[in-house]
Design a protein around this ligand. Structure first.
Ligand code: PMP
Length: 448
C-alpha cells in the first residue's frame, strides 16, 4: 500500500518539462511490459515510451551486466582509453551491419548520433578537398532530433518555430517523404510510386547543384511525425543509385526504426540497401542507459585517417563503459532469445488484431508499419482522408485517455504541409506476450 507521501507525489507538475502546465503521474516501478505509478496503477507500455524499451522493463540480464560493469569501471574518457564493453559492442554491431560498415562512434542519444553522421559526412568531403559540399537534403514531415543541426534537418514546425532564425542558416532543403497512404496515386503501383518519390531527390540535387550537396538524410521507416510509414518497394534502392550518381552520401536515421524494432537489426536490411552512415539510439540501450551510435563505412573513416588523421567531432560521454555494457547485454538477449523472428510474428499478429478490432472504424484510415513498429492514422472520413481534427490534435487527446485507461501509446505529430492527419505509434517490447497483446488492443480500442 503506497504511503500518503507517495500518493501526494504521484501526480505532480514537472519542474522542467516541455509541457510546463501539465501534471504527470510519477512512475515509481516497472516490470516487463508494465509501468506502475505511486498509487499502484499499471500502465501497459505499448510504445516503449518513444520506441525505446525493446526488452520491456527490468530485464535481469541487462541489469546484471550494468551492475557488473559499474563494479569494475563505469567511465573512462574516450580520448585516453577504450573499454572491453565498447570494443565488444562495436564488434557486435559492425559484424551485423550492412556490408562495408566497419566503424562505430558511441554517443549519448539519437540527436547526437544524427549530428555525428552529418558532421562526419561533411568532414569526409572536406578531407577529399571537396569543400563546396555543405548542403544537406532531408524530407518534409521528418524528425531527426532536437539539437540545432538535427532540428534543421527535420521538418517539425512546432519544434522549429522559435529557432528558425538560427536553424534557417543551416544549408538544408526538403523533399517529400515516402508516404504511400497519402501520396501514392490510385492509378500507380507501389513500385511506380517508390520511383516517383525517389526521383524528387534527383531533381533537388540538380536544383542545388551536385557539387554542393553533401548528403541526403532520411528515416528508414518514418517514425514520430507521420507514424511508422515504411518506404515503398524500391524507393531506398533508387535513392542509393541517385546518391551514387552525384557523389552524395546517404545517411539513414534508424534512431526509432533500428536495432530490431522492424524485425531486422538494421531496418534498411529489409530494403537491401547499404547507406554511408547509420544513426541508431533508443532501442540500442533499450532504456537501460542513455546511448546512441553512429556507424560509418570503413572507406569514409580511412579518408579521414589518411587526411587530417583526427575526427573533428566528439563528446565527453562517448563510449561510456556502463552504457556500452548495458547495450551489449540487450543485443545478446535479442540474439539468445531469438527475438527478431518473434518481432516479425508478433508484429503481424498485432496488426491482424488491430484490423479485426478497429479496421472498420470510420475514423481509422490506415494501420501500417513493419515488425513491432506500427501506427494508426485517424481521419475524418476514409474516402477523402481529411485529417480528423487538425486543431485539437486527436492523437494528443488519445494519449491522455489511454493513460487514464492504463495504456502508453505515442502520439505522432506530423503536421507539416497541413496534409497529414493524426497518428499514434505502437512499439511494444519485442518479448510481449499474447495476453499482453490482447490487453493492448482492448485498452486501445476502448480509448479510441
Ligand atoms: N531521429 C529519430 C528518427 C527520432 O525518432 C528521434 C527521437 N524521437 C531522434 C532522432 C532524436 O533522438 P533523441 O531524442 O534521443 O535525441
Amino acid at each position: 500500500r503506497p504511503s500518503q507521501a507517495a500518493l501526494a507525489r504521484s501526480a505532480s507538475t514537472s519542474v522542467l518539462h516541455r509541457q510546463l502546465n501539465k501534471t504527470y503521474p510519477r512512475a515509481v516501478s516497472a516490470q516487463g511490459a508494465f509501468l506502475y505509478d505511486a498509487s499502484g496503477k499499471d500502465y501497459l507500455d505499448a510504445s516503449g515510451g518513444a520506441a525505446v524499451c525493446a526488452l520491456g522493463h527490468r530485464h535481469p540480464r541487462v541489469i546484471d551486466a550494468i551492475k557488473a560493469q559499474l563494479d569494475t569501471l563505469a567511465y573512462a574518457h574516450s580520448a585516453f582509453f577504450t573499454s572491453d564493453a565498447a570494443e565488444e559492442l562495436g564488434d557486435w554491431l559492425v559484424r551485423r551491419a550492412p556490408l562495408g560498415f566497419g566503424r562505430v562512434m558511441f554517443v549519448s542519444g539519437g540527436s547526437e548520433a544524427v549530428e555525428a553522421a552529418v558532421k562526419l559526412a561533411r568532414q569526409v568531403h572536406y578531407e577529399r578537398g571537396d569543400t563546396g559540399r555543405v548542403h544537406f537534403i532531408a524530407r518534409r514531415q521528418s524528425y531527426h532530433g532536437n539539437t540545432l543541426g538535427a532540428l534543421a534537418l527535420g521538418h517539425h514546425p512546432a519544434r522549429r518555430a522559435p529557432y528558425e532564425g538560427l536553424i534557417g542558416r543551416f544549408p538544408v532543403s526538403h523533399i517529400a517523404p515516402c508516404y504511400a497512404y497519402r501520396h501514392q496515386r490510385p492509378d500507380e503501383t507501389a513500385e511506380v510510386y517508390g520511383l516517383r518519390a525517389a526521383a524528387e531527390l534527383e531533381a533537388e540535387i540538380l536544383r542545388i547543384g551536385p557539387e554542393q550537396v553533401a548528403a541526403f538524410v532520411a528515416e528508414t521507416v518514418s517514425g514520430s511525425t507521420i507514424g511508422a510509414a515504411p518506404p515503398a518497394p524500391g524507393y531506398l534502392a533508387h535513392i542509393r543509385r541517385i546518391c551514387d550518381k552525384y557523389g552524395v552520401f546517404l545517411i539513414l536515421d534508424e534512431v526509432m526504426s533500428g536495432m530490431g524494432r522492424t524485425g531486422h537489426l538494421f531496418a534498411c536490411a529489409e530494403d537491401d540497401v547499404s547507406p554511408d552512415f547509420i544513426a541508431v539510439a533508443k532501442g540500442i540501450g533499450a532504456g537501460y542507459q542513455p546511448i546512441g551510435a553512429m556507424l560509418a563505412r570503413d572507406e569514409h573513416v580511412q579518408t579521414i585517417t589518411k587526411g587530417s588523421g583526427a575526427l573533428a567531432h566528439g563528446h565527453t560521454y562517448m563510449a561510456h563503459a556502463a552504457a556500452c555494457a548495458g547495450a551489449l547485454a540487450v543485443q545478446r538477449v535479442i540474439e539468445d532469445e531469438d527475438l527478431l523472428p518473434r518481432v516479425r510474428a508478433s508484429g503481424a499478429r498485432l496488426r491482424t488484431m488491430l484490423s479485426e478490432r478497429l479496421g472498420d472504424h470510420p475514423n481509422v484510415g490506415d494501420i501500417r508499419g513493419r515488425g513491432l513498429f506500427l501506427a494508426m492514422e485517424f481521419v475524418a472520413d476514409r474516402e477523402s482522408k481529411t485529417p480528423l481534427n487538425p486543431r485539437r490534435k486527436f492523437a494528443a487527446t488519445l494519449k491522455d485517455v489511454a493513460m487514464e485507461n492504463g495504456l502508453i501509446c505515442y502520439p505522432a505529430s506530423g503536421t507539416a504541409d497541413g496534409v497529414s492527419g493524426d497518428h499514434v505509434l505502437l512499439a511494444p517490447p519485442f518479448n510481449i506476450s499474447e495476453d499482453e497483446l490482447t490487453l493492448l488492443v482492448e485498452r486501445l480500442g476502448r480509448s479510441i
